[in-house]
Design a binder for this molecule. Sequence first.
Ligand code: SF4
Ligand code: SF4
Length: 410
Amino acid sequence: MAEEKKILGITDELIEKCVRCGSCRQVCPVFNVTHEEPSVARGKIFLADLINKGKAELDREAAHFFNLCTTCLRCAEICPVMVDYEKIIISARARAVEKFGLPPEKAAAVKLFSNRNLLETVGKLTSPLTKLFTKKSNSPQNRLLPVNVPKLGKVLLPQPSSKPFNDRDKVFPAKGKEKGKVIFFTGCMFNNFYTETAENVVKVLNALGYTVFVPREQFCCGAPAFFSGDLKSFEKMKEKNLKGWGEEKADFIVSACATCGHVLKGEYRELEIPVKELIEVLYENIEEIGKWKLPEKVKVTWHHPCHIVRGQKIPRHYPLDVLKVLQNVEFIDMPEADNCCGMGGSFKLSHPEISKEIQLKKARNAESTGAEAVLTECPGCVMNIAEGLERIGSKKKSLHIADLLAECLK
Ligand code: SF4
Ligand code: SF4
């Protein structure tokens, strides 16, 4: 008989799997900054256990501790008994949201990203203002506030686009012999901010022989709502997306954002077409990419997004092998390349100072490589690493891998 779900909407069995060994303390980026037990998975699971059994109350302080986490899943990866940490933390957050609502900064993020018209209007209005009132960053498509913010220092914003990338249904035919048809799930970051990277993703897929369909009727994947525990808003976003493009005829859906890919693969179970992360498509086509050459020699390093290596469990050697076959590229390993960049979706908004400490560690590790560019495959990581590099005074660029690959196709 299935065990009863309790106060947090999960079974005691799920929680009691934790043997309290404390291995997660060695890898948790938040614990590494705070050194406090409630920051780490073990502390949160202990708290969840008490609440689930009615021995402690789900109060605002408990809700705060459940939010003190970037959902990087490093704890889940190292855990010797494979505790399903993501399920526990999302369930706990969901019950906290039911009781207290979303914290204001998370509510604002969910409201903005779940409303396409609002996001597009904000983009239209702020695009020219951002160019006027902010400074150029070393990383393209990003801007810096003209003045430093107390306790944070330099603050970077992605340049909003005055026109969304998916302003209408678009079809981009394959170059040469067609290998397949794909849907590019652009999500909100590519549609409204990193539109040049979105173009580059399409160019790369076309060059590899894929015809790319970009449906107008696609929305934010719902990740900001899902990871905040606002599961009602998440379900609405999912429903809209499935209605918009779920029936399209394609061989697979491509995501070029680690978090979108993780959410689509894990939570969009109704999808009948497989989802692939761009890095998987690149790896499948590594022979072809081996023929590509950058116009000039460049030294690069790689940051592994949490939601690619742990969320989607994509092998770490995929991006490294792809970069190593590219001509005119020198690849340099980054220390702790798979540590979180500190972004954690709205974690950066809710805990800016802890997020900054994690981010600076990433930027210093990147700086130590001597590479000219830090590459990754997630717009959120691109943005946060770009800001970290600016904060430590580095001249390095933070780029999406599609931006580098598109250079080979000019
Ligand atoms: S590593 Fe796993 S079992 Fe050990 S304390 Fe952390 S969550 Fe519990
Ligand atoms: S998901 Fe990451 S930040 Fe959260 S408890 Fe686990 S290791 Fe720490």
